[in-house]
Design a protein around this ligand. Structure first.
Ligand SMILES: C[S@@+](CC[C@H](N)C(=O)[O-])C[C@H]1O[C@@H](n2cnc3c(N)ncnc32)[C@H](O)[C@@H]1O
Length: 221
């Protein structure tokens, strides 16, 4: 029989039910979760007028923080968990009512038709759930403005994970971003407990020619 811990760990990819609520609470309360989200937003350099998209918002902590930074812009979030949508909507109720935050139920693998309006896009501890990260990143790129910035952050969470896991995750994410034709891809390693987090940033080209938007069959994920 599956241990309670194993069942709880499984919840983080698509929280539901009682255990999913516990997972949502952990995401919100764990200091390292909050820190890696805050540091991601810092690196993303969110500006007051920015249009921001978060993929996999969980209980909505980073949405709340991003909305304070983009106080003349808008924050849109997408998550495929109805439970996380409810938790994050409660947390951000006032900003939603004011039209400064919009939270959507949906999958990064099948993005709803989003206008190409985002200056900043980020996803924290979500990359590892994507079966085809390059396809997801291409979809996100098409929802971004030229020269917009996308940031992927990952802090390995499996038991016994160490800084070498972080380094390898950083390389994988950087490779995916380059394969999806992001430019100026750079890796930042965040010195954190209990293990470092990797933050990888990429920029949408100034002009996206039709050929650069086309699928790249040789690219790995
Ligand atoms: C580990 S949690 C991280 C939550 C939050 N970003 C944080 O750092 O605390 C992963 C979140 O991403 C969502 N998620 C995973 N795969 C997704 C996908 N393909 N599309 C949309 N949301 C996804 C899950 O439902 C969950 O809320």
């Amino acid at each position: 029989m599956k241990s309670l811990r194993a069942a709880l760990v499984e919840q983080f990819g698509d929280p539901s039910g009682v255990l999913g609520s516990v997972a949502g609470f952990i995401m919100l309360a764990r200091p390292s979760n909050r820190e890696r989200n805050l540091r991601t937003l810092q690196l993303l350099d969110v500006q007051p007028g920015d249009q921001v998209l978060e993929v996999g918002f969980g209980p909505g902590f980073a949405v709340e923080c991003a909305a304070k930074l983009a106080n003349r812009g808008k924050v849109v979030g997408i998550d495929h968990s109805p439970l996380m949508l409810r938790q994050a909507s409660t947390r951000n109720a006032r900003a939603i009512e004011a039209g400064r935050v919009e939270l959507l139920l949906g999958s990064a693998d099948r993005l709803p038709g989003l206008p190409s309006c985002f200056d900043k896009v980020f996803a924290v501890n979500v990359y590892m759930f994507w079966d085809e990260p390059v396809t997801v990143l291409r979809g996100l790129r098409s929802a971004m403005k030229p020269e917009g910035t996308l940031t992927l952050t990952l802090q390995p969470r499996r038991r016994g994970a160490d800084d070498e896991d972080t380094r390898q995750a950083a390389e994988r994410m950087a490779h995916s971003l380059r394969s999806a034709r992001f430019e100026d891809v750079r890796i930042e390693i965040l010195d954190m407990d209990p293990v470092n987090a990797a933050c990888v940033l990429g920029r949408v080209p100034r002009t996206s020619s039709p050929s650069s938007a086309a699928p790249n069959p040789g690219a790995g994920n």
